[in-house]
Design a binder for this molecule. Structure first.
Ligand code: SF4
Length: 346
């Protein structure tokens, strides 16, 4: 192992020895050194989402965080190339904000069940049905959906974005559970199209939030029964859940927030045990950053899309300039308005 890789390996071992096997740390330290050299040579910046696997998360990203954080970093970078260690809709958002830069996604098929649940035409149909009603879309959507929206939001600012519209009725897309949680937080009613837009009521009497039936295939798996079973075994556990979990799970938790908010909560709270109901790699990343805290995990769920981003693919993305993210300019310009409005709200 060359001295640079050796140094990185030692650093990673200090932090990750409890969550990653030693041989993997040694192997990946060498790849990280290659990536860092390529990053310098190509004048690139690497953005790493909180759901990246621990070795990647703690070795190569220049910036780490949730969607909102990384959108802000993407908007501010002066580098020529942005490598997004996350999923496609995130890389698209970086491209929407940086049309002149090359944006690379290391795995071509890193999708998202929420983003795949709705199309631009679905949004147009909703707008025809409810003319004049403002459309809020979660950033977990593709550019053509953002382009049909008035404003985007993330899980950390969804309620603030809805409130900012000062509208009696809001169309909130596409996450059914996040919409339910926002409805509870903002006191708004909500309806969902169970059999397509045509089946929705035309009258908006008593309806203040119109949702969609998209779900995150990871967070929908957590149940109130899971929480009950863990509390039975560890009565003093503090349960944190992501707002993409069902409203019932969120209500049964002690705290709910975006990935960044959950990380902060664990750092700032004293408790004998924590249970974090979100993508499993993030539990490992929090455990590595907080060796003094006991993190319980329900690791039956890893996001099959986030999971496709590897160190090897990230190195090859820089080496072979792949996979380049493009967004047609007419769509980008309209999507930009919605994303920029969200960033302004913070
Ligand atoms: S964790 Fe859920 S919302 Fe996030 S990328 Fe995976 S499927 Fe999409």
């Amino acid at each position: 192992m060359n001295p640079e890789a050796q140094k990185l390996y030692e650093e990673m071992k200090t932090r990750l020895a409890k969550v990653v096997p030693d041989f993997e740390l040694a192997y990946k330290a060498e790849i990280a050194v290659e990536i860092n050299a390529l990053k310098k040579a190509k004048n690139a910046v690497i953005l790493g989402h909180n759901y990246m696997e621990p070795v990647l998360f703690y070795s190569i990203p220049d910036f780490k965080g949730d969607s909102l954080d990384l959108s802000r970093k993407a908007a501010q970078t002066d580098k020529d190339v942005i490598v997004f260690c996350g999923v496609r809709f995130m890389a698209e958002t970086a491209k929407i904000l940086n049309p002149s830069k090359t944006v690379l996604l290391p795995a071509e098929k890193a999708g998202c069940s929420l983003a795949a649940s709705i199309t631009g035409e679905d949004v147009r149909a909703l707008k025809r049905k409810y003319p004049g009603v403002p459309v809020v879309t979660y950033v977990n959507t593709y550019a053509e959906v953002k382009a049909e929206s008035d404003i985007c939001c993330t899980s950390s600012n969804a309620a603030a974005v809805v409130d900012s519209l000062k509208s009696d009725t809001v169309i909130f897309l596409p996450d059914q559970y996040l919409a339910g949680n926002v409805a509870r937080e903002t006191g708004k009613h909500i309806i969902f199209p169970t059999a397509g837009v045509d089946a929705m009521p035309s009258s908006l009497v008593d309806v203040q939030l119109i949702g969609w039936n998209g779900k995150c295939e990871v967070h929908e798996k957590f149940t109130v029964e899971d929480i009950r079973a863990v509390r039975e075994q560890f009565p003093d556990v503090v349960v944190l859940s992501h707002p993409e979990c069902s409203p019932e799970v969120v209500q049964a938790s002690d705290y709910s927030g975006s990935t960044n908010a959950m990380i902060r909560y664990v750092q700032q709270t004293k408790a004998p045990h924590f249970l974090v109901l979100t993508e499993c790699a993030m539990g490992d990343n929090i455990a590595a950053a907080n060796p003094d805290k006991d993190m319980l995990r329900l690791c039956m769920v890893r996001c099959p899309h986030m999971n496709t981003i590897t160190m090897e693919d990230t190195r090859d993305a820089l080496k072979y300039n792949r996979y380049v993210i493009e967004v047609p300019e007419d769509i980008r310009l309209r999507a930009y308005q919605a994303v920029e409005r969200m960033i302004q709200i913070g």
